[in-house]
Design a protein around this ligand. Structure first.
Ligand code: 7MK
Ligand code: ZN
Length: 852
C-alpha cells in the first residue's frame, strides 16, 4: 500500500499476531540511542506465516526469533518477518537519533530532556512493532543514561529498581502492570525540579503525585498539582472511578505538538498547561490548566483502561473525555460560562470544519494521516454527541451506562458502537437512530415555524431538518434532542422540555397556551445543529432580558449583535447610511447595568462576535464590508454606553476575582475605542497590574484599538518577559493579531527574534498560527500577502514538523465563504504546496482535498 493511500474503516481486521509482553531497553546516548525490544509474541490466526511490523525513520540493527537470526524483509515503513510459529520471543535492536527528531513524534529532545509522544503512531519511530491500539501488551522498561545530565529516568507504571552503572551512567527499570497499546508508552529522561504531594483515594490507598518542571519553575507547578487532586476527587464522586496505580507523574516540556498526553501513569504535558503563577499567567490560563489536567487524568479510565479498537474510533475516548472534562469544569466553576465556551468552539470552528474540505463524521471512515483527525469534529462534536446521550438518558441512566461499559469492556480495545450499546442496554432508551451521529458528517440545519391558534389555545412548532450534502455521506434523519422553553408575556416559564425530533418534518403541539408565547429554541445548544429561524428584534430582546437560562440570554445577544452587523453590511451594499437600532443600544446598556448577573456572563454577552465568527454565519462574504460594518456597530455601542462602561470598569477594578476581571477587561476594551482620554486608563492598568490578566487585558486593548501607546507598552512587556517563553507567546500573539498594514513585515522580522524558533510548536502557533487563524483582516487582505506569507512558512515547516504544518494550514483550506479572487489566490498557494517534491502525508491529505 502506498504511503499516501487512505486506510478505510471498513477494511478493519483483527491482528494476526499479538504481543503479550514487551521488555524495552533504552541506551540513551548522543547522537545515537539504541533500543532493544524483546517481545513475547502470540499468533492469533493460525494461517498467518508472516509477521508485519510498523517502523519509521529507524535503523535496524538485528532481528531474532527465539534467539536465532530470522529471515526478514525491510520495506518502506514495514518489516516482514517469517514467523510460522504460535508463540515466540522476538528480539529487535534499532537505533535512532532523538536530537535530529524535529517532528516531535516518537523519542525526541525537548531542550535538554529526552521525551516521547507516541499517540497516534509515534511508537513505530522507536522500534518495529504492531503499532495499533488493539494490541495490548505488558511493558517493562529499562532506561540507561548519563547520571549527571539525566538524573530522572521515568517510564510508565511502578519503579522496580534503580542504580549506578560504570562511566557515570545509571539506570532505572519500570513495570506497568496494566496491558496497554503502544500509543500509551512514555519515557522521560532529564533534570527537573520536582513538586510532590499525595492523594488518598476513597478506598484509602495513598497515591504519590509528582509534577516535574524545568529547573527554576517549581513555584509555577502548584496550580497543576491542585488541579490534579481536584480531578481525582471529582472522578470518584461524579463517575465512581478511582485511580489504579500507586504513582501519578506529570512532566512539563516546552517542545510539544499538542496540549498533553495521557500515557499510563506518566502524563507528558505542554508547559502551557502546567506552569502558572498570577504574575505570568492569565485567569484563562489557570482555567485551561485545570481542564487539561482533568482531561488527561480522566483518560485513565476513558482511554487507558478501555481503549480504542482502531483509530477510526478515536472519538470513543476523546469525545467522552472532553465531555468529562467539560463537566468537571462546570461542576467546579460556572456551568453557563463553560457551556458558552463549548458552544463557541462548535459554532466557530467545528461548523467551519464541516463546511470545508476536511469534513468528516465524528467516527471518520477514511484516513491518510491519523494526526489530521485530532479535530474539533472528533473531540468537540464528539463531546456534544455524548452530551446528547446524557440529555436523552438523564444523569442516573447515563451513569448506569458508564458502569455497564466498564463492566463489559475493562481491559479491552473497543468501538464507539460498544459504548452506545452499553448506554442503550443500561437505560433501555433506543439509540438506533441516534447512531447516525457517528456515521454522518456535516452540520444538520433545523428550520422552525411557529403557529398559534388563540381559539384552540394551541401553540405549534413545525420543525424541519436538512443535512448538508457531503459526498460519500448517508442522508438519514438524525435523532435531535431539541430543547425548548415557552415564556409567557409576563416572563414566566410555561413549558420547558426536550423534544425528540427524529423525522425530516415534525410538528409539536403545546396545549393550554392562552397567548402567543416567547419561544426559546435549541436551549443550551441541545444538539450541534444550525438553527434557521427569523427572530424579530423584540423577540431577541425579550429573550436577552427574561430567558430563564443564562445561555439562552447570551444566545440572544449574539443574534442581536450579528443581525445589527449584517443589517449594516446590507446598508453598505445599498449605499444607505449605517445605523444601529435604539432597541439594540438599550439592550446592551441594560445588560451592563444588571448587577445581579455573574460579571463573567455579562462579559460574554458584551463580546461582539469576531470577524471569523461572522464569516462562519455567511454563505459568501463581502469581507471588506463586513469589517466596516462590524467596526461601526462596535463604535456606536461604545459611544452610547460610555458612562456605564466607565462606571462599571471602576467598580469592577475594586474586586479581585476572575469573573470581575473578565468584565473589567471587556469594559476597558470597549472604552479604549472611544477617545484618547481612555488611553490613560489603559496605560494605568498596564503599569499598575498585579497579575497577568490585567496586564494583558490592557495590552490587548492597546493593540486592538491601535492606541498610540501600543508600541511602548509592547516593548516594555517584551523587556520584562523576554526570558519567559510562555509569556513571550502572548506577546507573539499580540503581534500576530495586529491589524496594521505592515503586520507581515513585522512577522518576518520576528522570525529572527531571540525568543522565536521554528522548531518549537508553541512559538510557531503563537506567531504564525494566530496570524492565520485570528487576524482575519490581514490574513485575508485582498492583496494576497497573507496567503503568500503562510504558504512560504508552510514550505519550511513541511520539512521541520509536518504535523504542526498541517495544523496551522487550517484557515487556508477553509475558503468556501470567500470571494473568487481570494479563493483563486489561496488555491495558487495550495498548488505550490501540492507541487513540493517532498510534501508530507499530513499536508498532502489536506492540500489535495482542498484543491479537489
Ligand atoms: C487534545 C492526544 C491526547 C488534540 C487535543 C489532545 C491531543 C490532541 C490531548 C493529543 C489528548 N490523547 O489527551 O486527547
Ligand atoms: Zn484526550
Amino acid at each position: 500500500m502506498s504511503q499516501r493511500e487512505a486506510k478505510l474503516l471498513k477494511d478493519y481486521s483483527a491482528p494476526e499476531y499479538t504481543v503479550e509482553h514487551i521488555a524495552l531497553k533504552f541506551e540513551l546516548n548522543s547522537p545515537v540511542t539504541t533500543i532493544t525490544a524483546s517481545s513475547k509474541v502470540k499468533r492469533l490466526k493460525s494461517e498467518a506465516v508472516t509477521l508485519v511490523l510498523d517502523g519509521e525513520s529507524l535503523s535496524l540493527v538485528s532481528v531474532k526469533i527465539d534467539g536465532k537470526d530470522v529471515e526478514h524483509k525491510l520495506e518502506e515503513n514495514r518489516l516482514h518477518i517469517s514467523a510460522d510459529v504460535d508463540d515466540f520471543l522476538l528480539d529487535i535492536v534499532t537505533e535512532i537519533e532523538p536530537e535530529a527528531n524535529t517532528a516531535l513524534e516518537g523519542l525526541y529532545m525537548s531542550d535538554a530532556a529526552y521525551c516521547t509522544q507516541c499517540e497516534a503512531e509515534g511508537f513505530r519511530r522507536i522500534t518495529y512493532y504492531l503499532d495499533r491500539p488493539d494490541v495490548l501488551a505488558k511493558f517493562d522498561v529499562r532506561i540507561e543514561a548519563d547520571k549527571a545530565q539525566f538524573p530522572y529516568l521515568l517510564s510508565n507504571g511502578n519503579l522496580l529498581e534503580k542504580g549506578d552503572l560504570e562511566d557515570g551512567r545509571h539506570f532505572a527499570s519500570w513495570q506497568d502492570p496494566f496491558p496497554k497499546p503502544s500509543y500509551l508508552f512514555a519515557l522521560v529522561a532529564g533534570d527537573f525540579d520536582l513538586l510532590e504531594d499525595t492523594f488518598i483515594t476513597r478506598s484509602d490507598r495513598e497515591v504519590e503525585l509528582q509534577v516535574f518542571v524545568d529547573k527554576g519553575n517549581l513555584n509555577k507547578a502548584h496550580h497543576a498539582m491542585e488541579s490534579l487532586k481536584k480531578s481525582m476527587k471529582w472522578d470518584e464522586e461524579r463517575f465512581d472511578l478511582e485511580y489504579d496505580l500507586d504513582i501519578y507523574m506529570i512532566v512539563a516540556v516546552d517542545f510539544f505538538n499538542m496540549g498533553a498526553m495521557e500515557n499510563k501513569g506518566l502524563n507528558v504535558f505542554n508547559t502551557k498547561y502546567v506552569l502558572a503563577d498570577k504574575e505570568s499567567a492569565t485567569d484563562d490560563d489557570f482555567h485551561g490548566i485545570e481542564s487539561v489536567i482533568g482531561h488527561e487524568y480522566f483518560h485513565n479510565w476513558t482511554g487507558n483502561r478501555v481503549t480504542c479498537r482502531d483509530w477510526f474510533q478515536l472519538s470513543l475516548k476523546e469525545g467522552l473525555t472532553v465531555f468529562r472534562d467539560q463537566e468537571f469544569s462546570s461542576d467546579l466553576g460556572s456551568r453557563s460560562v463553560n457551556r458558552i465556551h463549548a458552544i463557541k468552539v462548535i459554532r466557530n470552528h467545528q461548523f467551519a470544519e464541516d463546511a470545508g474540505p476536511m469534513a468528516h463524521p465524528i467516527r471518520p471512515e477514511a484516513v491518510i494521516e491519523m494526526n489530521n483527525f485530532y479535530t474539533v469534529t472528533v473531540y468537540n462534536k464528539g463531546a456534544e454527541v455524548i452530551r446528547m446521550m446524557h440529555t436523552l438518558l438523564g444523569e442516573e441512566n447515563f451513569q448506569k451506562g458508564i458502569a455497564l461499559y466498564f463492566e463489559r469492556h475493562d481491559g479491552q480495545a473497543v468501538t464507539c458502537d460498544d459504548f452506545v450499546s452499553a448506554m442503550e442496554d443500561a437505560s433501555r432508551v433506543d439509540l438506533e437512530q441516534f447512531r447516525n451521529w457517528y456515521s454522518q458528517a456535516g452540520t444538520p440545519s433545523v428550520s422552525v415555524a411557529e403557529e398559534f391558534d388563540a381559539k384552540a389555545q394551541e401553540y405549534k412548532l413545525h420543525l424541519k431538518q436538512e443535512r448538508q450534502a457531503i459526498s460519500g455521506n448517508n442522508d438519514l434523519p438524525m435523532h435531535i434532542p431539541f430543547d425548548v422553553e415557552l415564556i409567557s408575556e409576563s416572563g414566566e416559564s410555561l413549558v420547558s422540555k426536550v423534544l425528540n425530533f427524529t423525522e425530516n418534518s415534525q410538528t409539536f403541539v403545546f396545549t393550554d397556551i392562552n397567548a402567543k408565547p416567547t419561544v426559546s429554541l435549541l436551549q443550551n445548544f441541545s444538539a450541534p445543529v444550525k438553527l434557521d429561524f427569523e427572530f424579530e428584534l423584540d423577540h431577541l430582546v425579550n429573550l436577552m432580558r427574561y430567558a430563564s437560562s443564562e445561555v439562552a440570554r447570551w444566545e440572544a445577544s449574539v443574534s442581536i449583535f450579528s443581525n445589527a452587523i449584517w443589517n449594516n453590511v446590507e446598508a453598505l451594499k445599498n449605499n444607505t447610511n449605517m445605523q444601529v437600532n435604539q432597541v439594540v443600544l438599550d439592550a446592551f446598556k441594560g445588560m451592563l447595568l444588571d448587577s445581579q448577573l455573574d460579571p463573567a456572563l455579562v462579559a460574554e454577552v458584551l463580546t461582539v462576535p469576531t470577524t471569523n465568527e461572522l464569516v462562519e454565519q455567511a454563505i459568501i462574504v463581502d469581507l471588506d464590508k463586513l469589517i466596516t460594518a462590524r467596526e461601526f456597530v462596535i463604535d456606536e455601542i461604545a459611544a452610547y454606553c460610555e458612562d456605564e462602561l466607565n462606571a462599571r470598569y471602576h467598580l469592577l477594578k475594586l474586586v479581585d476575582n476572575p469573573s470581575a476581571r473578565a468584565l473589567q477587561n471587556a469594559c476597558l476594551n470597549w472604552l479604549s475605542r472611544i477617545d484618547e482620554q481612555y488611553e490613560v486608563l489603559v496605560e494605568q492598568q498596564f503599569y499598575s497590574a498585579e497579575n497577568m490578566t490585567d496586564a494583558l487585558g490592557a495590552l490587548k486593548a492597546a493593540n486592538a484599538s491601535q492606541l498610540e501607546c501600543r508600541n511602548l507598552l509592547m516593548s516594555d512587556f517584551e523587556a520584562k518577559w523576554d526570558q519567559t517563553p510562555l509569556v513571550m507567546d502572548k506577546w507573539f500573539m499580540l503581534e500576530a493579531t495586529n491589524k496594521a498594514d505592515n503586520v507581515i513585515d513585522r512577522l518576518k522580522e520576528l522570525a529572527s527574534h531571540s525568543a522565536f524558533s521554528f522548531q518549537n510548536p508553541n512559538r510557531v502557533r503563537s506567531l504564525i498560527g494566530t496570524f492565520a487563524a485570528a487576524n482575519t483582516e490581514q490574513f485575508h487582505n485582498a492583496n494576497g500577502e497573507g496567503y503568500r506569507y503562510l504558504t512560504d512558512v508552510l514550505k519550511k515547516l513541511n520539512d521541520i514538523n509536518p504535523q504542526l504544518a498541517a495544523r496551522i494550514i487550517t484557515p487556508m483550506i477553509q475558503f468556501s465563504k470567500f470571494d473568487e479572487q481570494r479563493q483563486s489566490m489561496i488555491k495558487q498557494g495550495l498548488q505550490e504546496l501540492a507541487d513540493l517534491p517532498n510534501l508530507s502525508k499530513d499536508l498532502f491529505e489536506k492540500v489535495t482535498k482542498a484543491l479537489a
